[in-house]
Design a protein around this ligand. Sequence first.
Ligand code: AMP
Length: 213
Amino acid sequence: MRIILLGAPGVGKGTQAKNLAEQLGILHICSGDLLRQAVKQGSEIGKKAKDFMDKGELVPDELVSQLILKTVGQPGARNGFVLDGYPRNIHQAVELDKTLASRNQEIDTAICLEANQEVIIQRLTGRRLCSKCQANFHIKNIPPKKEGICDHCQGQLYQRADDNEETIKNRLKVYQQETSSLIDYYQKKNKLLQIIANEEAGVVLNKILKEIK
Ligand code: AMP
């Protein structure tokens, strides 16, 4: 199964994509993680992407597409994938469709998660990540057993540089301007599934699984 997860920053795409991929036994591909990794490694793509990411702007299409379309074609993605954070605009969606079509493949479903603005800001400002295994925590909703330490690998938790209020506002604006048009794109192809994602993660995951089965 080939699934795209759409939705504003903070709506819970990362958590749902990871859990969904685990449940379905398919690959989780996260464009933000791949870009953050490239920045950390100081690769050419990472160096070019950093400034855009710090401001909450979209990284130019050709840089992101290089990373993602390569991953989509890997043997690990043969059984399918959940794409999280890509595509972010129509150009990327068309590129993805073309790459899949060249292998006689296509997207099965684009799931759009929706939550209200207060839930989104609260989720993003409280989000903490593990510096070692990238596990997701939240200071209120999913607190670690020991403050600042990952439950799974004892790594240090950190707050993403772009999870501050000013950058969050810009990321939400960019989403409205660039990414929300994808809802229409997948609706026209009859592939859109809209899911209200205000509830906690387990409830939302069950809703998604029920709808796609
Ligand atoms: P995310 O982890 O999805 O919130 O992404 C973090 C940042 O990475 C975004 O604010 C963008 O700067 C960049 N980014 C992630 N995915 C894409 C994409 N598909 N196209 C352009 N920029 C992206």
